[in-house]
Design a protein around this ligand. Structure first.
Ligand code: FDA
Length: 305
């Protein structure tokens, strides 16, 4: 049943008709629990509160489907505005983005031009930028572009997913770039030809890649809500005397908030991924797919209307 619900929400997350409808009618159905609001000022307010509670942030302007060059340029402009707002308001925040929103599926020149504009602004205003990892089809392209940009910029990182068979090799290959990487389990529906189908294998591989990347001496963001992975990381850094400034934990806005606060109290660096924007629908559906139990919140949201 849970698997059926997962597939259902992943299917909904890709539906263009509902995406457009949701954009038109605004943040609804309890999505506000996971999305900071629709505008930069909404996001600024949320970041400020998190910063006051000892957490750093990475902000993400939600954008799902880009059909034209103009839309991709507009999405890049929005990222630059967000970077300026972070600096102007003295916030402790990085920026995350998806390269499909920057025109990855349209043309190489377009995505590179947009990425360079964003990274240049990040450099100017002191804001680090993480390229989120999308589905397997775009993994190689994302890594290739990351390498190209990393040659030119210090303020860029990316994400690797533990569910892919290839990831341990990618981590070893990327070591020469001393990359700042966010490590995650992986959020897309992938074929068993490319990804571990069993959760226990994903978890084992997650531990493996955390270990390789940390012991390589590279900055590691362990992005998970899973206590087993958090405890594993704590144990590993203790055993190998890895300092607190070489790693951080990351969680999504609105998920396991108490756990986030506990990690701060324990003295760990905790970064919250804060999405905002009117294109909230696909992101919200993916969160429901991860944990269908969250549907209860949606139903409450609907009943309150
Ligand atoms: P998993 O889903 O296995 O959950 C393990 C345990 O955590 C659960 O059993 C439960 O105890 C607890 N838990 C999980 N969700 C909970 C909830 N909602 N409420 C309460 N408890 C909960 N993916 C990707 O493909 N590309 C990317 O770029 C990113 N970026 C990214 C950034 C950040 C900051 C995070 C935290 C995650 C991502 N992801 C991602 C998503 C990631 O790949 C993954 O899908 C989710 O984090 C869910 O996996 P977990 O590691 O949390 O564990």
């Amino acid at each position: 049943m849970e698997q059926l619900l997962r597939n259902f929400f992943l299917f909904l997350s890709k539906n263009k008709f509902f995406t457009k409808l949701a954009k038109k009618y605004g943040l609804r159905f309890g999505a506000g629990r996971f999305v900071a609001g629709e505008t930069i000022p909404d996001a600024v307010q949320t970041i400020r509160k998190l910063n006051e509670n000892g957490m750093s942030v990475t902000i993400d302007h939600l954008g799902e489907f880009i059909d034209s060059e103009a839309e991709a340029r507009q999405a890049a402009d929005e990222c630059i505005e967000a970077i300026k707002a972070i600096s102007k308001n003295n916030l402790n925040s990085q920026l995350s983005l998806k390269m499909t929103s920057m025109g990855l599926d349209i043309s190489h020149d377009l995505v590179m031009d947009n990425m360079r504009r964003i990274l240049q602004a990040g450099k100017e205003y002191g804001v680090f930028v993480t390229i989120d990892m999308e589905d397997f089809e775009r993994c190689q392209k994302t890594i290739d572009i990351f390498k190209e940009l990393r040659e030119e910029f210090d303020n860029v990182g990316t994400v690797l997913q533990a569910y892919l068979y290839r990831t341990a090799e990618d981590i070893k290959d990327l070591d020469q770039y001393n990359p700042n990487l966010r490590l995650v389990k992986g959020a897309y529906k992938e074929s068993p030809k490319v990804a571990f189908p069993e959760k226990k294998d994903v978890d084992e591989n997650f531990k493996e890649i955390i270990k390789i990347h940390l012991l390589n001496g590279n900055y590691t963001a362990v992005a998970t809500h899973d206590d087993a992975m958090i405890d594993y990381t704590k144990q590993l850094v203790k055993e190998h005397n890895i300092p607190n400034d070489q790693f951080e934990f990351q969680m999504l806005y609105g998920i396991r908030v108490e756990r986030q606060e506990d990690l701060v109290k324990e003295g760990y660096n905790m970064r919250v991924y804060v999405p905002y924007g009117n294109d909230w629908y696909g992101y919200f559906m993916r969160r429901l797919a991860e944990r269908p139990a969250n549907v209860a919140f949606v139903l409450k949201g609907v009943l309150k209307k």
